[in-house]
Write a protein that binds this ligand. Sequence first.
Ligand code: ADP
Ligand code: MG
Length: 396
Amino acid sequence: MRLDTKHMRYLAAEDWRVLTAVETGSKNHEVVPTPLIGQISGLKGGVHRSISALAKVGLIARQKNAKYDGYRLTYGGLDYLALNTYRKRKDVYSVGNQIGVGKESDIFVVADEKGVQRVLKIHRLGRISFRTVKANRDYLRHRSSGSWMYMSRLAAMKEYAFMTALRDNGFPVPEPLAQSRHTIVMSLIDAFPMRQISSVPDPAGLYAELMTMILRLAQYGLIHGDFNEFNILIKEEKNKEAKEGEEAMTLTPILIDFPQMVSIDHTNAEYYFDRDVNCIKRFFERRFRYTSNSKGPHFAEAKKLVGKDGVTRLDVAVEASGFSRKMAKELEAYMKEVGVDGDGDPDAARGDEESSDEESDEEDRSEVDENDGEAEVESEEAPQHQASTLEVSENR
Ligand code: ADP
Ligand code: MG
């Protein structure tokens, strides 16, 4: 889904208030009744002008339900609210190119006021899954209304919490910079996913480093759950100490993408652990023609490492940090339900909520690799628009 920020500058203060009111109302209403929007926004002069302005640019959508007419927030509207928060906090000043379209996320390069580039990841859990979920109305009814909004927010919160914990404990992950609603902002890693790398000088060395990382995660109580060539970025750095004849470049793997991370005490921990290990094994065999002599690492061995050297268990720490066990369970149940698990059918229910309802959007959807269920965007397919600043009209 594109992120078109051009309407931001035309929204007036009261439009933002109305948009925020629709968001607030969505917490308890699938369709927010118009009078409630008026009440929450507290706008004496009426909300109709703002409502039509917002609906016109697709930030809210009119919807009839059995009993009344009202509005619901669209993904576009939620994107704007998150961007406006970042703009106010000076986390994001401009939005540039889209660099990734995953099944459940969109990735953009953004910049702060000084022009330092960052990455904005927008979680879009309902997008692929909405049709599947729709097929099971009962399930939706048991969730809070605006399920996609809530679940995408949980995914962003979870990712931010784990990235923070990992970063604080010296893991090679991007620096988490900010979180709002269904989005996070992190540092930009100047590197390509391992998937795009055709050869490396020392496959054995890189392989060992990745297995060490899987075991180190286990030591901290964690399993990544989607440890594969898409979620490992390979950073090339000049090796300053290299002597003549030695490799002048070092390759550093950086780990990304944490919404499916699980505790090593999870019921299916062994399954996830083995899958992570085997993804790497398979990729190294196919891509680099490298097969390790040793069979492992095995789950039993990983279990023994938990808490070794007195390290903090990050599964426990994250739970305490605000991403509660209840939230983790809700997110996991939803992801499972809709096949967001790395091994779900990648083509299942592709498309998004908006397009199935009202507007058809002409987003680029690229082919999906059958092996891992992640989609990639070729760089030339990415929209090549210039960075646009998040200008807004005065009195914000
Ligand atoms: P998804 O959940 O959709 O798989 P990811 O977090 O794996 O999302 O990101 C998708 C792609 O976006 C990655 O494969 C990578 O190419 C790019 N990407 C994500 N985060 C960063 C980052 N911090 N720096 C550079 N590229 C990134
Ligand atoms: Mg990924």
